[in-house]
Ligand binder design. Structure first.
Ligand code: SF4
Ligand code: FES
Length: 247
């Protein structure tokens, strides 16, 4: 199949960016989206041009690095699919595909399709963890974990920190990400001692990083490659209110 690609090119965080049109002939429908970009880059480099910068690591839907806007949708047209697991058979021969970086105030563009998502890491550093004393590992069955809470925790733990929820939200809100991280730990007994401090700290960190507020558009849930639902935001709001009332 033959594609026309409109790709955002921006040499540095301070440089002006623009869309540049490239032809991508002989694309195999079995290629992943990133493999298609690899081939485009091989041709650019062979012609002495600068390769298109894009982020990736695992290429297995695990690390969350590969996010980009494909025809205006974070991670592209397939639900519950990361960019690296999107295949070219989902596009049509002759199609024009527009590719640009995530757009959000808290995600500055570094180069081409790469944005700086370190703000999400700083939110986790503010308290998105469980403190454990050093020493021998505790006996695995010493703390019983209720099945319902465990299921909710493991569902929320699927968040890979890709930032697609932020990019899709008209407010640039990280509420789905924060809700997933809070739910992941709050539903486990081990997460209880620091729960209230964690909720307040993560929300304050997200506000401080410039992420917007949630106004219940639901775009985040629609694009999350891991199927995280907005129920984690409802639990976040409830837990935030309770923690705030307790001071
Ligand atoms: S909640 Fe979903 S979309 Fe948001 S960072 Fe986590 S995996 Fe990505
Ligand atoms: S490269 Fe790791 S999730 Fe896509």
């Amino acid at each position: 199949m033959n594609l026309t690609l409109k790709i955002w090119r921006q040499a540095s965080p301070t440089a002006a960016g623009q869309f540049v049109v490239y032809q991508a002939p002989d694309v195999s429908p079995d290629m992943s989206f990133l493999e298609m970009l690899d081939v485009v880059n091989e041709r650019l480099e062979a012609a002495g041009e600068r390769a298109i910068a894009f982020d990736h690591d695992c290429r297995e839907g695990i690390c969350g690095a590969c996010g980009m806007m494909i025809d205006g949708i974070p991670h592209g047209p397939n639900r519950a699919t990361t960019t690296c697991q999107l295949h070219m058979r989902h596009f049509r021969d002759g199609q024009t595909v527009t590719i640009e970086p995530f757009r959000a105030r808290a995600f500055p563009v570094l180069r081409d399709l790469i944005v700086d998502r370190a703000a999400l890491d700083r939110i986790i550093e503010s308290g998105g963890f469980i403190s454990v004393a050093t020493g021998n590992a505790p006996e695995a069955n010493a703390v019983p974990v209720p099945k319902e809470g465990l299921d909710q925790a493991m569902d929320a733990a699927q968040c890979i920190g890709c930032g697609a929820c932020v990019a899709a939200c008209p407010n640039g809100s990280a509420s789905l990400f924060v809700g997933a991280k809070v739910s992941h730990l709050a539903r486990l007994p081990q997460g209880q001692p620091e729960h209230e401090r964690r909720v307040l700290a993560l929300v304050a960190a997200a506000d401080g990083e410039g992420f917007g507020a949630c106004s219940s558009h639901g775009e985040c849930e629609a694009v999350c490659p891991k199927g995280i639902g907005v129920d984690v935001i409802a639990r976040l709001n409830r837990d935030y209110l309770a923690a705030g009332l307790k001071g």
